[in-house]
Design a protein around this ligand. Sequence first.
Ligand SMILES: NC(=O)c1ccc[n+]([C@@H]2O[C@H](COP(=O)([O-])OP(=O)(O)OC[C@H]3O[C@@H](n4cnc5c(N)ncnc54)[C@H](O)[C@@H]3O)[C@@H](O)[C@H]2O)c1
Ligand SMILES: O=C(O)[C@H]1O[C@H](OP(=O)(O)OP(=O)(O)OC[C@H]2O[C@@H](n3ccc(=O)[nH]c3=O)[C@H](O)[C@@H]2O)[C@H](O)[C@@H](O)[C@@H]1O
Length: 314
Amino acid sequence: MRILVTGGAGFIGSHLVDKLMENEKNEVIVADNYFTGSKDNLKKWIGHPRFELIRHDVTEPLLVEVDQIYHLACPASPIFYKYNPVKTIKTNVIGTLNMLGLAKRVGARILLTSTSEVYGDPLVHPQPESYWGNVNPIGVRSCYDEGKRVAETLMFDYHRQHGIEIRIARIFNTYGPRMNIDDGRVVSNFIAQALRDEPLTVQLPGTQTRSFCYVSDMVDGLIRLMEGEHTGPINIGNPGEFTMIELAETVKELINPNIEIKMVENTPDDPSQRKPVITKAKELLGWEPKVKLRDGLPLMEEDFRLRLGVSKKE
Ligand SMILES: NC(=O)c1ccc[n+]([C@@H]2O[C@H](COP(=O)([O-])OP(=O)(O)OC[C@H]3O[C@@H](n4cnc5c(N)ncnc54)[C@H](O)[C@@H]3O)[C@@H](O)[C@H]2O)c1
Ligand SMILES: O=C(O)[C@H]1O[C@H](OP(=O)(O)OP(=O)(O)OC[C@H]2O[C@@H](n3ccc(=O)[nH]c3=O)[C@H](O)[C@@H]2O)[C@H](O)[C@@H](O)[C@@H]1O
């Protein structure tokens, strides 16, 4: 099986590549423009005969012969996707069109990593796949959430019009080793802050919720979706739901009990609640998450300690 992973130098992408490379029958090609990803995440594979790394921006066409495409390329952290919103929407729309064009030409199956942000600030809680969402079309997050909604539409139109085999995963907040240290997302922020003895910045009101999935569970879900018979969209996430204050308290307790928790301003359109219904993933993919937040955070702490050069006080 020859597999293309776009965005494979990023956080989830590089863990996916590790898993795919474990199968000796797989050849893996990564296409990434290194906007938020890094070659470092793939260093153990560079030079491997079954692995190829291409510096490529998905807003440009790509000509490769592959059997499967995992299409992840897109900045995912709000600070990065808002940094150049026009580029974010081009990546979602033109990038997905290019990858669908490639899938059509070579007859590949394509999986899109969509997001729980397609539900916007949800009025239905928890969120099943049948919910159409509550999204601001002109807000500062729209480049990402509306971008992903168009990407989902394109996937289904290529499927209906051209018979392309598609898979859509709606990913809910995922965390783990290799997240960018200054990525801006909440789990990486809190762990880096706890290790640097800086206050944990909880954005107001602090009662907003998220449900956090450990990256190994996510990769397992994505591969099951690709290999299974169902187009999706299917929610892949961990239903364990926490307020941001609860998350800060957990990080404080596990990593640095002396740290202060500081309330700071939020950004516009921040969703107030988010939790996946995962009945479809359970029934159709036989998937459910295994790693609880309290078990996943220490694994991420270890990786952040190494990268920040902060050793554990005995
Ligand atoms: N991590 C999460 O919580 C989460 C949640 C929902 C959806 N997702 C989706 O999963 C995917 C991966 O997210 P991640 O958390 O690993 O983020 P990430 O930022 O670590 O990875 C994204 C990768 O895409 C690359 N990229 C960005 N724009 C590109 C372009 N135009 N051409 C080629 N490469 C490009 C980046 O350099 C990076 O390597 C994204 O599609 C994201 O929308 C992630
Ligand atoms: O799972 C998803 O679908 C999406 O989740 C994220 O969006 P968001 O949930 O806003 O991610 P964070 O930036 O980690 O914020 C989570 C919550 O933590 C809060 N936060 C963030 C950072 C911080 O330092 N403190 C803090 O309290 C935010 O206000 C927000 O309520 C990213 O947009 C995407 O990676 C992904 O597509």
